[in-house]
Design a protein around this ligand. Structure first.
Ligand code: HEM
Length: 216
């Protein structure tokens, strides 16, 4: 299988030959690792990513004003109307139509029509998970450091040792989402659109950081 990621690199554990995060690698069956050690290691990695984000420069963080957070929450709720699965499904279908190569990474969706995808429980599972993550970001706009470790870990699972998704595919979903919001929300302003571009851009940066650090 061809790996789509360039570079990579894991965090080396000082004084050992090991690297983080063994516990996040679904294929890792290291017998000497106990379940507790895996949990502890995951916690340490998450804490490390949290602190690193808090201490990063202002240009690397997403700092939003009270008004900007309000605009994001209002537009998200107006668009979803509590049905994130449907909005998620529409966004994925739009991405597959605009960028057919993105459908190819889902082995179970390759070559399927919209109707076939609609009844694919695997695709619905992914769509629901992705939109839960976006919802979690909206719920944590006041404390984005809460979601950074989770986004980076999810990014790691999309790396070449996991789902092997090329990094440049991630922005396509945000573009599809924003074009649907623009079409479906009568009061969606250019200011809303710029904010969503920034927020989704923040999510992509975290996913790609995860691919570089944990997805090799
Ligand atoms: C906001 C963006 C995204 C987030 C938060 C996200 C998150 C997730 C999550 C939570 C899973 C479920 C399994 C797990 O937890 O590891 C998953 C699986 C997967 N994702 Fe994503 N994802 C995103 C975008 C994408 C995009 C744009 C693609 C491809 C174009 C993609 C391809 C995949 C694939 C192929 C799987 C494995 C599905 C399977 O075999 O069941 N993801 N993703």
């Amino acid at each position: 299988m061809k790996c789509h990621q360039k570079g990579g690199g894991l965090i080396k554990v000082k004084g050992t030959s090991k690297s983080y995060p063994c516990g996040l690698d679904p294929k890792n069956n290291n017998a000497e690792m106990t379940q507790y050690a895996t949990v502890a290691e995951t916690c340490i990695v998450q804490l490390y990513d949290r602190v690193r984000y808090i201490n990063s420069s202002a240009s690397e963080r997403l700092d939003l004003s009270v008004n900007e957070k309000l605009q994001l929450r209002v537009s998200w709720n107006a668009w979803n109307k509590g049905d994130t699965a449907s909005r998620g499904f529409e966004s994925f279908v739009k991405m597959f139509q605009d960028k057919p190569e993105t459908q190819q990474v889902f082995s179970f969706a390759k070559g399927s029509s919209v109707e076939q995808m609609q009844s694919s429980s695997k695709l619905l599972f992914h769509v629901t998970r992705v939109f839960k993550y976006i919802n979690m970001v909206i719920e944590n706009l006041d404390k984005l450091e809460n979601v950074v470790p989770l986004l980076r870990a999810a990014g790691g699972r999309h790396g070449c040792s996991g789902y092997n998704v090329p990094k440049d595919y991630f922005p396509h979903l945000g573009i599809a989402m924003r074009s649907l919001m623009k079409k479906e929300l009568s009061n969606y302003t250019p200011s809303n659109d710029r904010l969503w571009e920034r927020l989704y851009g923040f999510i992509v940066v975290q996913l790609c950081t995860g691919i570089d650090e944990y997805g090799a």
